[in-house]
Design a protein around this ligand. Structure first.
Ligand code: SF4
Ligand code: SF4
Length: 93
């Protein structure tokens, strides 16, 4: 089980010129700019789950880490009130 980063578009202020996550991500071509939406977007397949982008975006909290189901390769979007429990279950698997 590993985590990947995802950008919450409504919190991302890339349209105001922020590129922090893109600058700090150690993986090349991993966080890109969606020029249409003017939002940062994570290329999930390239993300190594290092958390760095989430740390540098701590002011706007636009980036969250999500577990990936190892059997399906799909990102688990369980981020509701039961976030901790959801992650715990995911890690237990
Ligand atoms: S650091 Fe945060 S606010 Fe800035 S571009 Fe990245 S996701 Fe958007
Ligand atoms: S978690 Fe690390 S590798 Fe993944 S997008 Fe963020 S900075 Fe890049």
């Amino acid at each position: 089980m590993y985590n990947v980063a995802l950008v919450e578009e409504d919190k991302c202020i890339a349209e105001k010129g922020c590129r922090l996550c893109i600058m700090y991500c150690p993986e090349s071509d991993c966080i890109l700019m969606d020029m249409e939406k003017k939002k940062a977007v994570v290329v999930v397949d390239r993300c190594k789950g290092c958390d760095l982008c989430m740390v540098v975006c701590s002011t706007h909290k636009a980036i969250t880490m999500h577990p990936v189901d190892p059997t399906t390769g799909k990102v688990i979007h369980d981020r509701g009130a039961g976030e901790t429990a959801g992650l715990g279950q995911a890690y237990a698997g």
